[in-house]
Design a binder for this molecule. Structure first.
Ligand code: FAD
Length: 433
């Protein structure tokens, strides 16, 4: 045990817990507002169905070492080759769109081919204006046909915003440039695969995605306090005080950065910046149904008249997610944070029928999340830099998907927990932000 450092962690989602697990040598307390740990990675059982209530989650990573560490913690897992589709004009075409073109009609394939080809030529000749936002980037890289047929409608539905409001920082390392050969092959009818780092994924054999959380919990010896919302933070004589009573040398907050800043008395100094942060909320609807549904893992749904943007078939992730001869379906509906959540079950059932799925519903559940997707708007970088600095100067390190305010998947969270431990020394936290 490192007696010099007492660390408080706000939030017991994946970020807070993986950090507590890796900070074995320190004196650590974890505070969780809700009555159950896990954050977005909770699974809930209803009459034999297990729903991942924070939306569809799969385990994958470009970093094999990180992935193996996470899989060891989970225990028994199933390995899958991705079977994912896009609902396009009433049909299911393979995802990603640019690799699924081979499933379209000859006429449409030709339309896309000629447009993509002309776009590549113009780009190579320097005739296209360099993009400055997400929408321009789609046109610049994919051309008009692919953008207007799929990328624009789907992303507008997911982000609920004009795509010109989203900066190129969002694109960085997240949306790969399509290999030109793949698009050409797909246009002439040859199947190819895209987003290969996610082509193979893993999923817990039993218990849903929460098995990752449970595996970590079993390995933590520090106290984890549930129903302990942190409502105030202050820095006094070099110590960080939580809720006026718990004293720490250093605090890590995985709560959303805007909420963490508001915990300080002087938060109004940066109020104008907090207002510039943008994000989306999420509603997840789970359905336990009698009857068979297709052998897909998940489907992206750009259709304007269908309420959800993605539907996942969890019984195809693991047969233990529902009773025999039943299906476990979850859909995700993104919302602007100011948009009220409502009971959407009827709209969801209508959307599924429009996609050709008909079944008898046995159970259903609905779960709302305030924070789900960070929107990389044009002030993103400047605002997050100032807010991170505000916290770090007060010995609170922002951490995790919403703490750091970055689109982190589970593997990136795990990796940043390892990095955090590396940066911690007897003198304090070595920070480069
Ligand atoms: C729809 C969706 C699908 C995803 N799919 C995948 C996927 O397939 N694969 C993948 O790798 N990643 C996926 N992710 C990302 C993954 O969910 C995140 O990386 C991970 O869950 C982030 O965990 P976190 O602990 O940072 O945040 P959270 O899960 O939000 O945890 C934060 C915790 O802090 C607590 N808290 C907040 N405020 C306070 C306070 N004041 N006091 C005390 N506690 C507080 C909250 O209650 C919560 O428990 C997906 C994300 C979404 C939204």
């Amino acid at each position: 045990m490192n007696n010099f450092m007492k660390i408080g962690i706000i939030g017991a989602g994946l970020s807070g817990l993986s950090l507590a697990f890796m900070l074995k040598e320190y004196d650590v307390d974890v505070f969780e507002a809700s009555d159950r740990v896990g954050g977005l990675l909770k699974s809930e059982s209803i009459d034999g169905y297990t729903f991942d209530i924070g939306g569809s989650h799969i385990l994958f990573s470009k970093d094999r070492k990180v992935l193996d560490e996470m899989l060891r913690v989970v225990g028994s897992v199933l390995k899958h080759r991705r079977r994912t589709y896009i609902h396009y004009k009433g049909n299911f075409i393979k995802y990603p769109f640019e690799n699924g073109i081979y499933m379209l009609s000859k006429e449409e394939r030709f339309e896309i081919l000629i447009d993509f080809f002309k776009n590549v030529l113009k780009r190579e000749r320097g005739e296209l204006k360099k993009p400055s936002n997400l929408l321009e980037w789609f046109y610049y890289v994919f051309g008009r046909a692919i953008t207007e047929k799929y990328l624009k409608p789907y992303n507008e539905k997911l982000w609920k915003r004009d795509l010109r409001e989203i900066s190129l920082e969002w694109v960085d390392n997240r949306i790969p440039n399509p290999p030109i050969e793949d698009v050409f092959k797909s246009c002439v009818g040859i199947p190819t695969e895209g987003y290969k780092h996610q082509l193979t994924f893993y999923y817990p054999l039993k218990g849903g995605i929460e098995m990752l959380i449970r595996g970590i919990l079993r390995r933590i010896e520090h106290p984890i306090w549930t129903e302990r919302r942190i409502e105030s933070v202050s820095l006094e004589d070099g110590k960080v005080i939580l809720n006026g009573e718990h004293e720490f040398d250093l605090v890590v907050s995985t709560a959303p950065i805007d909420l963490t800043v508001r915990l300080f008395k002087d938060w109004k100094d940066v109020e104008g910046l907090i207002d510039l942060l943008d994000y989306n909320s999420l509603t997840v609807v789970g359905l336990g149904v009698r009857g068979k549904t297709p052998n897909f893992h998940w489907v992206y749904v750009p259709d304007e008249d269908i309420v959800f943007h993605r539907v996942a078939f969890l019984h195809n992730y693991s047969p233990n997610m529902c009773p025999e001869n039943r299906s476990n379906i979850i859909v995700e509906i993104s919302r602007r944070p100011d948009e009220k959540s409502k009971n959407l079950i009827e709209d969801v059932l209508d959307g599924l029928r429009r996609m050709g799925f008909d079944f008898d519903v046995e159970v259903c559940g609905i779960w709302n999340w305030d924070y789900a997707y960070i929107v990389y708007n044009h002030s993103y970088r400047d605002v997050t830099n100032v807010l991170r600095k505000f916290l770090i100067e007060r010995k609170v390190i922002p951490f995790g998907r919403f703490g750091f305010w970055e689109y982190l998947n589970m593997d990136a969270v795990w990796k940043s927990a390892k990095d955090f431990v590396w940066r911690l020394t007897d003198e304090g936290y070595r920070c480069n932000t």
